[in-house]
Design a protein around this ligand. Structure first.
Ligand code: 3PY
Ligand code: ZN
Length: 637
């Protein structure tokens, strides 16, 4: 074991061994760790075998799992030069100029972020991404970017998947060093649901860049420049990446009776974004409301009014968004967001494979290899089967989205929440109420976190049998959800046109609202002091040194991080357990191979489990590398 530790040590592998190497490296004498890690793994697997994964609410015993086929690629060949190399060579300004001059349409692949956020409640695990990431980057170096991080992934990684989001990013960076990696950041709300101190967001941006993010898609959930602008500055000052600040599209610019968000409004916002220093303009159609003709008019107008390239994002909830892309492409949009077939459509992005074909022999064709793309789409389609408990159940596109305007990324979550609250039968009522609440709130931009406020209120009203009139007439006696109170106080910033005053008074009761940036009320973080305290409090560690990125995770999500930390102490690193076994456990006789540290695998099989004894304990027999191990698990049923 000692020899193996030496051989595996980076210093040794780099050929930098000096006489003091062994003396200075106490870790070389740590042999027990792998055994310990394997034991922790069977604690986790034993729990799932006996009680199920707490995140899986319903198991379908008839569900058939199939094994995905990983498209071939050469491990030995280097990654071909791609967009990341071009960014390094040109720097962000020149890169943006290059992009604007490109004739062919460019694509962002959202499969590893928004697609599964919108179809599978963000549950996609890193192992499933890593199986194809390297090959994909080698096969498609021309892709504009891979959206792999941010949005809800940060929270869900820790809360439900027991993964470290920073580790995911670092691993994807390593597997895809040649293409741009993209994240979604909610302006001053970072990757959370509330405002954070400015210096926390600044450090977060800096560390995201260092770990692997190149393109920062920045937005604010109320299109409030005061929240977008500082974030653009952080990207410009702390990274060499691209600041892609976005307008969030809502309503319908073609509808003459919807005057709040008209073409003029969007053009002014786009100009403000350009003037604030963005390298790229994002047009973020989070609910998929941008109809084809509107897309043509909006993109044409933006193209003539601003000088930076334009990147369009939509969700195919209505199922007509590929038509909008076609019109936007005709109007000169530079990049569009798509998801590989198997994880595309409905609340996700339009189908990448079909988009490529739609534009075949078009003057803006991007000549990607359809055969190879199909192999990746098939991979994801099969992998998707492992995540069936998280499917939203939406079977067809819906025109109702133009009424309720629920963002694609929220739809599957809202459905899950409705089920948890026993409101499954009333889901249509919830979506209807969502639209009503939006009107009551003054027709606001709805995207995380403002969309969560509208969703919380809609569910609250349905659960308590309340109508809009009830709220307006006897709201004084109603105690509203915390997120709604915070919103009306000003915690998410200021909506376009301000708050409806009467409702604001009803909801806030005696609390006073404010109109400054919420961040101005927040104390800056003292990194040196607080990081030291953090290291002390979490001293049992993760089997490694705690890093500043762990501290950032803690500051963004204190409770979620603490829970994840405690689970880590008990179960160790569960990220490499195959997805089927992570969610559904093992069957008797089933044998799996799990990576417990880079390159070191253990073979685990389930031999037998007993009935629960009189104390409710089940004894589970595993074999680890052929050796019998036993765990006792309390049956919670
Ligand atoms: C997020 O903020 O997570 C979104 O995807 C918004 O559309
Ligand atoms: Zn989206």
């Amino acid at each position: 074991a000692f020899l193996r530790n030496i051989l595996n040590h980076q210093t040794f592998r780099n050929g930098e061994v000096t006489v003091n190497f062994i003396k200075n490296e106490p870790k070389l004498f740590e042999f027990k760790e792998p055994k310990n890690r394997a034991n922790k793994l069977i604690n986790f697997l034993g729990e799932v075998v006996v009680n199920g994964n707490p995140d899986v609410k319903k198991v379908d015993p008839r569900h058939k799992f199939t094994t995905p086929k990983i498209p071939s690629f050469s491990k030995l060949e280097k990654h071909p030069k791609g967009t990341k190399d071009l960014l390094t060579e040109l720097g962000p300004e020149k890169f943006a100029e290059w992009l604007k001059k490109e004739k062919k349409i460019h694509f962002t692949d959202t499969t590893m972020r928004d697609a599964h956020q919108s179809l599978l409640a963000t549950r996609m695990r890193t192992v499933d991404m890593l199986k194809v990431a390297e090959g994909y980057a080698k096969n498609f170096p021309d892709i504009f970017s891979m959206e792999v991080w941010g949005g809800a992934t940060f929270d869900v990684c820790m809360r439900f998947l027991q993964e470290n989001p920073w580790e995911r990013l670092a691993l994807l960076r390593k597997a895809m060093p040649n293409v741009l990696l993209q994240m979604l950041i909610r302006g001053s709300n970072g990757v959370g649901y509330t405002a954070y101190p400015d210096n926390l967001i600044e450090k977060f941006v800096e560390k995201s860049w260092e770990t692997g993010v190149d393109v920062f898609r920045i937005f604010d959930s109320l299109n409030w420049m005061k929240s977008i602008e500082p974030c653009i500055k952080h990207v410009r000052n702390k990274t060499k990446g691209l600041a892609e600040a976005s307008i969030c599209y809502t309503g319908d610019i073609l509808n003459p009776s919807k005057t709040k968000y008209d073409l003029k409004y969007y053009i002014q916002l786009a100009k403000d974004i350009e003037n604030a220093g963005a390298h790229i303009l994002g047009v973020k159609d989070m609910a998929g409301l941008l109809k084809p003709k509107a897309a043509y008019e909006l993109i044409s107008a933006l193209k003539s009014e601003i000088n930076i390239p334009i990147h369009l994002h939509t969700h195919d909830t209505s199922s007509i968004q590929s038509a909008s892309y076609l019109k936007a492409i005709e109007a000169g949009v530079d990049v569009v967001d798509v998801a590989l077939g198997g994880l595309s459509g409905l609340t996700s992005q339009p189908n990448f494979n079909s988009m490529v074909e739609m534009l075949r022999f078009n003057e803006r064709e991007n000549p990607l290899d359809a055969q190879k793309l199909a192999e990746y789409s098939n991979y994801w389609e099969v992998v998707r089967g492992y995540y069936y408990p998280f499917e939203s159940g939406l079977k067809a596109g819906t025109g109702e989205v133009y009424e309720h305007e629920i963002p694609g990324g929220q739809y599957s979550n809202l459905k899950g929440q409705a089920i948890a609250l026993g409101l499954e039968d009333k889901f249509t009522d919830v979506t209807k109420m969502y639209g009503e609440v939006n009107q009551m709130f003054g027709d606001i931009i709805k995207v995380t976190p403002s969309s969560k406020v509208v969703g919380d209120m809609a569910q609250y009203m349905i659960t308590n049998n309340l109508t809009t009139e009830d709220v307006l007439e006897r709201g004084e006696s109603i105690s509203f959800p915390q997120s709604v109170i915070g919103f009306f106080k000003g915690d998410l910033g200021q909506p376009v046109g301000g708050f409806p005053e009467k409702l604001q008074k009803i909801i806030l009761k005696n609390e006073k609202p404010y109109t400054e940036r919420p961040n101005e009320h927040l104390e800056p973080i003292d990194f040196e002091k607080e990081f030291a305290e953090f290291k002390e409090n979490f001293s049992k560690g993760m089997g490694r040194e705690l890093e500043i990125t762990d501290f950032l995770s803690f500051k963004l999500y204190p409770k979620v991080f603490t829970d994840a930390y405690n689970k880590h102490l008990k179960f160790g690193n569960v990220m490499n357990i195959p997805t089927k076994n992570f969610f559904f456990g093992l069957e008797v006789g089933e044998e799996i191979m799990v990576d417990i540290e880079s390159g070191k695998k253990v073979l685990i099989s389930l031999v037998h489990k007993t009935e629960a004894d009189e104390n409710g304990n089940v004894t589970v027999f595993f074999k680890i590398n052929g050796q019998m191990r036993v765990v006792s698990i309390k049956d919670n049923s």
